[in-house]
Structures are given as C-alpha cells and as structure tokens.
Ligand binder design. Structure first.
Ligand code: NAD
Ligand code: LMR
Length: 338
C-alpha cells in the first residue's frame, strides 16, 4: 500500500478540484525531504490536519518506514511513500501543494550561503520535476539558502515555460514564529495572539522584523529594540550552536512549515483573509524577491500587502538588506541560467 504503486493519480483521472466555486477539498500535499529532521515532524503535522487528503512523502531514503508509521494515525490523509529519484515525478504528480525541506542543514560556523553548493542542485532538480508534472502546484521552499533557492526554482519554471510568480514561495514563517515568541516573552503577552510581521529574506541582516507593526502594539527603548531585532535575525544560528553539529532548527521549522502549508490550502479553498509573510517575486523594493505579508487565495498570491509604514530604524534595515538580497538572488539565477 505504501510502495510506489502504479496507481494513476486520482487527480489525473479527472478528480475535480474546483476550490473557487465548490470548495471541494481534495488536497494532495507532497513533502520533498520527508525523511529528514524537518520532513518527519512536518509530515506528522500535515497528517494530523483534516484539510490534507493525500500526503505524498518523497525522499531519496527511508520514506517507506516514515509513511508506514504515519499511515496508522486515524486522520483522513492517505499516506504514500516515494523513495528515490525514479519515484519523484509520481510523488509530485498533480499535487496542489509541494513543500520542500530537502537538503543539508548548517553546522556551527557555517552561513546559509555555505549550503548553496549542495542544496542548489537539489532544489533545481525538484523544481524541474514539479514544473513538468505539477505546474499549477503552490510550492513552498524551506531548503536553504532560501534567498537563492527561490530564484533557482523560479528560473527552472521560467525555462520550462510555465512560470507563475504567484505560486512559488520561500517559507519564512519561522522568522515570524520566532519574532512572535520573543516579543511576547519580552512584554509578557500571549504568544498565540502576538503577531510580528517579518520581511526581507531569510538570512542574517536580510531578516527584518517589523516590531513597529506588531499586534498588540509594543514599544521598546532603542537598545532593547536593536537587541531583539538581532536575536530574531540570528535565531537560526542560536539553534545551530545549541545543536552543536547535529543540525539546525527542525521542530520549530516543522511547526512553521505546517502552518504555512495549511495557510496555502486555506487560500486554495477560498477562505478569506489568509495572510502569511513569504519570500516571493516582488516589486516592493529593488530586490526581485522579497518577503512581505501576502494575502493568499485560490491561485497562491492574491495580493502583496507590501511593507506598510516603517519606522526609521526599519527603513535602515531594509536599506542594508536589499544589496545583500540582490547578490543572493543573482547567484541563484546564474546557477540555472549558467
Ligand atoms: P536533514 O538533513 O535532517 O534532512 C534533509 C532531508 O533531505 C534528508 O532526509 C535527505 O535524505 C533529504 N534529501 C537530500 N537530497 C534530497 C533530494 N535530492 N531529494 C529529496 N530529498 C533529499 O535536514 P533538515 O534539518 O531537515 O533541513 C533541511 C533544509 O531546511 C536545510 O537546507 C536547512 O538549512 C533548511 N531549513 C530552513 C529553514 C527555514 O526557515 N526556511 C529552517 C530550518 C531549516
Ligand atoms: C533557521 O532559521 O533556523 C534555518 O534557516 C536553519 C539555519 O541554518 O539557521
């Protein structure tokens, strides 16, 4: 049941997925890198969610075991394992949502950009398959360096002739989750009801928490604001150091990735007011890709909600981030264009 069956995907058999009008809910979610530190808990959280009806677990190793294990959970999603490169296209075939946490994580002393040499080709190859068999999927890229892997995936879709910038997202939700946690801790707020938009990219100074736009409204003296901002920017490194060579954030990322994937599905279903920050193709700044709050809908990006009013401190952060982002973006684009 969990092997790579030759089942013709139910979606290929003309299974209607007309979210806009009927809100019919057949949602195939594929996770690429499903056996990994993020992939396993992310798949668990997706299996738990009744909005997911089919969960396609792809990795180059170990998916039969992960799928067998998850399949015993009494929730609606049918779990299937796809192991090894030859199973990739079937894993992605006609998926509505593809989440990609495939690739190597950082070790202490590394930057996210140090992962480029390994992860760029992993993301490129996954994007090639997605462009062929699931060109309309909403794709969430977790693999680092996100600032470059999103341009890589986008260039692959451009080459394939079916690029839709509304459908490719860099997952920056963990930055928002962290900002919410740290600001709530500092002000003794309910972390569930705290919301801090985080814009820019997903590495160091490109991570820009907009604390001036937090809800509930908060304010801090300048030195504390700077310290909190830097903690949010370096939170990934905090985890990498604490894990001491065994990897980077996995559990909090799984939480954030599941939240983002479910928001994509809620948008697909036509729910109103589904908003997540995400790193998308953008004309909000001079950087071609930039994370901002995004209103999600049946086609992915419904509306880019832009920067909103920035404090002077935040304006300086954006100014510092844009040149760095442009460099990261160009590197990703060059990798595909050759
Ligand atoms: P991991 O090593 O535990 O898992 C990665 C998985 O990817 C492994 O199971 C591996 O077999 C699989 N894999 C490798 N090559 C593959 C391929 N070609 N196709 C499919 N699967 C493949 O790593 P992890 O801790 O899960 O982290 C994964 C990635 O996510 C890293 O690049 C990490 O930097 C990134 N990350 C991003 C964020 C974010 O906020 N966007 C947060 C945390 C981690
Ligand atoms: C994170 O922010 O936790 C991830 O990008 C992983 C990392 O390398 O820090």
């Amino acid at each position: 049941m969990f092997s790579r069956s030759l089942r013709v995907s139910s979606s290929l058999q003309g299974n209607l997925r007309n979210f806009g009008t009927t809100k019919q809910c057949n949602v195939k979610v594929a996770v690429a890198g499903a056996s990994g530190g993020i992939g396993q808990p992310l798949s668990l959280l997706l299996k738990q969610n009744p909005l997911v009806t089919e969960l396609s677990l792809y990795d180059i190793v170990n998916t039969p075991g992960v799928a067998a294990d998850l399949s015993h959970i009494n929730s609606p999603a049918k779990v299937k394992a796809y192991n090894g490169a030859e199973a990739l296209k079937e894993a992605f075939s006609c998926a509505e949502v593809i989440i990609i946490p495939a690739g190597v994580p950082r070790k202490p002393g590394m930057t996210r950009d140090d992962l480029f040499n390994t992860n760029a080709s992993i993301v490129r190859d996954l994007a090639v398959a997605a462009a062929e068999v699931a060109p309309k999927a909403l794709i969430g890229i977790i693999s680092n360096p996100v600032n470059s892997t999103v341009p890589i995936a986008s260039e692959v879709f451009i080459k394939a002739g079916n690029y839709d910038p509304k459908r490719i997202f860099g997952v920056t939700t963990l930055d928002v989750v962290r900002a919410n946690t740290f600001i709530a801790e500092a002000k003794n707020l309910d972390p569930i009801k705290t919301n801090v938009p985080v814009i820019g990219g997903h590495a160091g100074i490109t991570i820009i928490p907009l604390i001036s736009q937090a809800t509930p409204k908060v304010s801090f003296p300048a030195d504390q604001l700077k310290a909190l901002t830097e903690r949010i920017q370096e939170a990934g490194t905090e985890v990498v150091k604490a894990k001491a060579g065994t990897g980077s954030a996995t559990l909090s990322m799984a939480f954030a990735g599941a939240r983002f994937a479910i928001s994509l599905i809620r948008g697909l279903r036509g729910e109103s007011n589904v908003i997540e920050c995400a790193y998308v193709r953008s004309d909000v700044t001079e950087a071609k890709y930039f994370s901002t709050p995004i209103l999600l809908g049946p086609n992915g990006v419904e509306k880019n909600l832009g920067l909103g009013p920035l404090s002077d401190f935040e304006k300086e952060l954006v100014k510092a981030a844009v040149p760095e982002l442009k460099k990261n973006i160009e590197k990703g684009e060059k990798f595909v264009k050759g």
